[in-house]
Ligand binder design. Structure first.
Ligand SMILES: NC(=O)c1ccc[n+]([C@@H]2O[C@H](COP(=O)([O-])OP(=O)(O)OC[C@H]3O[C@@H](n4cnc5c(N)ncnc54)[C@H](OP(=O)(O)O)[C@@H]3O)[C@@H](O)[C@H]2O)c1
Length: 293
């Protein structure tokens, strides 16, 4: 069984590439150079040859601030290219796995479940929601996995950025009113591997929208404090208060507006039993050690 993964050089694509290995399933990774998802002709050529049973789309325009200034580019990757994926998946009877975001929510409520109304407050969130809607309205064989604060040892991400500041002994301000769920790439890897194996053995097949992240939910300030305390655990003299200053979002200037509380309710994904452990704390500690070495 062939499975195609797009956006293979991004954070999630890289993590899946390092993790997914199976004798039964042939995972084929395509970066932007090998497969630009905005090009339907390229998709058709590859699908014709490979005939994938599943396509996992990790390609996206993910810079939330740049999205406000490059609306056309952002919409072409996050929405119009997804229309290509829908068309090609229907043509070759391929199951589509697509990633979406907590930024489709306004952040006024928190603890969002999959049925809660989405109402994005920035352009990135708007394009991701538009893609979700067209997938839901066009096909049955899909999974939309909404994730948030993606982290791993790879690439630029919130964990690695904060860690670097702390290691450099840089003082910084962090918002204490933006709350969410960290999402470990390793939990996504586990879900995808188990889903593909189930799909292969035609055992259980889930479809629809799922919130996939880790718990507990936390503010960006408290998460930074957690990283600080773990990096400095053997040096009780350094106080996080001297380095990390709490700040309200309204006083922190960003090009794109950020929703405040986009935390997820994870009850639905837990019922699939495709992820064993949802707690992020141990793995984040391990990631900090690994990065330190
Ligand atoms: N990162 C987060 O915190 C976060 C949070 C919530 C949801 N998500 C979602 O999770 C998914 C994966 O995110 P990520 O952090 O792994 O993103 P990422 O690191 O930005 O990777 C995205 C990859 O897609 C590639 N790409 C861009 N345009 C493409 C095109 N037309 N055709 C093929 N590939 C293209 C990018 O290449 P270039 O870099 O060369 O352009 C990049 O390698 C995305 O759907 C994102 O919206 C991420």
């Amino acid at each position: 069984m062939n499975v195609i993964i797009t956006g293979a050089d991004g954070q999630l694509g890289t993590s899946l590439k390092k993790y997914l290995k199976s004798k039964k399933i042939n995972y084929l990774f395509y970066n932007k150079k090998k497969l630009d998802i905005c090009r339907y002709d390229k998709l058709d050529k590859i699908f014709k040859k490979i005939k994938p049973k599943i396509i996992i789309n990790c390609a996206a325009f993910t810079n939330v601030d740049l999205a406000e200034e490059n609306k056309k580019k952002c919409e072409s990757i996050n929405f119009f290219a997804v229309k290509n994926l829908i068309k090609i998946s229907k043509k070759y009877n391929t199951f589509l796995i697509h990633f979406s975001t907590d930024y489709i929510f306004s952040g006024k409520k928190g603890n969002y479940n999959e049925k809660d109304k989405a109402n994005p407050i920035n352009f990135y969130g708007y394009t991701k929601l538009k893609a979700e809607k067209i997938i839901q309205n066009s096909m049955d064989n899909y999974l939309i996995l909404r994730i948030s604060w993606l982290m791993s040892k790879y690439k630029n991400n919130f964990l690695n950025n904060i860690k670097q500041k702390i290691i450099n002994k840089e003082a910084f301000s962090m918002v204490n009113d933006q709350i969410g769920n960290p999402t470990l790439c390793s939990s996504i890897n586990e879900f995808i591997e188990n889903f593909c194996l189930k799909f292969y053995s035609k055992n259980i097949l889930y479809t629809g929208v799922f919130h996939l992240s880790n718990e507990p939910q936390i503010s960006k300030y408290d998460f930074s404090k957690f990283i600080f305390q773990n990096i400095n655990k053997d040096n009780k003299k350094v106080k996080y208060k001297n380095y990390i200053k709490p700040i309200k979002s309204k006083n922190f200037k960003n090009i794109a507006k950020r929703p405040l509380n986009t935390s997820f309710n994870l009850s639905k994904i837990k019922k699939t039993k495709l992820i064993m452990n949802f707690n992020w704390k141990k793995e984040v500690k391990d990631l900090l050690k690994e990065i330190d070495e």
